[in-house]
Design a protein around this ligand. Structure first.
Ligand SMILES: Cc1cc2nc3c(=O)[nH]c(=O)nc-3n(C[C@H](O)[C@H](O)[C@H](O)COP(=O)(O)OP(=O)(O)OC[C@H]3O[C@@H](n4cnc5c(N)ncnc54)[C@H](O)[C@@H]3O)c2cc1C
Length: 300
């Protein structure tokens, strides 16, 4: 007997021509053709199954490591922030965290649960999915050493559980199975002192506020540090602090940050990134590699 399969009703929110400037910390970027906020992982898998195979798909967390060009993004953008949002303690000092949970929330949750090891996440203004993709880290801590397992989804909407051993995590990058995105992870933390986590979080946030431009739109470090040196030192030594193209300015406070002084376009920021790389290479013979991801179309 043939079983009639009903098309699953999608429960998320679909928008058309959604300005990406609303969803990136640089506050620039043209529209996403389609912008989907899934209700949960099952809903997201159902959407992916249903999309035409030729439809390009792009994943967005909090847009804190992302330059979206002024012409926007073709295809469908999946916005996970606070949509894939489950965060709960499992047995044995483990935590289940979905991809759309903000890193700061993971840090605070673990500290409340008296679990140590995730404090460094407090100052990273992205989602946990973004942190998995980037192997985000700060003050000696990194994302992947905490990871025991991940859950992924592919373009056809197939969900898989994978062990951390299937991935090779390096400095702000991760290698692993191709064509899959992270929907969740199981973290292994350590039972700790009640106050220790909260105190470490306070200290780390103070150190961060002292060294980074606060209150000006930016995307954190633009370049990776080259081996044995710092991108910020090289950019400053090349005389680039305060350098400006349109509304994009190399921060006076931290030379590896580019701030949007208010009216920057993505093209301004991209041109300033290129200028910094070129001038540093001319001075020191070192070609800086970008940490921020650049996506989308240029305006004609
Ligand atoms: C003020 C400031 C300070 C920062 N400090 C730090 C720091 O100390 N350490 C650090 O490491 N970074 C830092 N960053 C950079 C940024 O916060 C991290 O890279 C963060 O992990 C990005 O997460 P996101 O959710 O914003 O990702 P997005 O910027 O939205 O996306 C980044 C990339 O990840 C991909 N992606 C997003 N979600 C998923 C998913 N679920 N599965 C697969 N791919 C996905 C996107 O497609 C994109 O290619 C800082 C940024 C800012 C603005």
């Amino acid at each position: 007997m043939m079983v009639q399969r009903e098309a699953v009703r999608l429960r998320g929110i679909l928008r058309k021509d959604e300005p990406m400037a609303r969803h990136t910390t640089w506050r620039v970027g043209g529209p996403a053709e389609r912008f989907y906020e899934p209700a949960d992982t099952a809903d997201l898998a159902a959407l992916l199954k249903r999309l035409p195979p030729a439809e390009p798909v792009f994943w967005l967390g909090m847009g804190s490591n992302l330059l979206v060009r002024d012409g926007g993004i073709r295809g469908t953008v999946i916005h996970t922030t606070n949509r894939l949002a489950r965060l709960e303690r499992l047995s044995g000092d483990q935590v289940w965290v979905e991809a759309g949970v903000p890193c700061a929330k993971v840090a605070r949750f673990c500290a409340r649960e008296r679990l140590n090891g995730a404090e460094f996440l407090a100052g990273i203004p992205g989602t946990f999915g973004g942190a998995l993709r980037m192997n985000a880290g700060a003050f000696g801590g990194e994302t992947w050493p905490l990871v025991r397992e991940v859950e992924t989804v592919d373009r056809e909407g197939v969900l898989r559980r994978r062990s951390a051993e299937e991935y090779e995590a390096g400095y702000r990058q991760v290698r692993g199975p191709e064509g899959e995105w992270f929907t969740a992870a199981i973290l292994q933390l350590q039972e700790g002192e009640p106050e220790l986590g909260q105190q470490r979080i306070r200290e780390l946030l103070e150190r961060r506020n002292a060294s980074q431009p606060i209150g000006q739109a930016n995307a954190g470090s633009v370049f990776r540090n080259p081996p044995g040196d710092y991108a910020a030192r090289l950019i400053e030594a090349a005389g680039l602090k305060g350098s400006r193209i349109g509304g994009a300015v190399i921060s006076e406070k931290h030379a590896n940050f580019i701030v949007n002084s208010g009216e920057a376009t993505a093209a301004d920021i991209e041109a300033l990134i290129e200028r910094a790389a070129t001038v540093v290479e001319r001075h020191f013979g070192i070609r800086l590699r970008r940490e921020v991801h650049i996506v989308g179309e240029r305006l004609p």
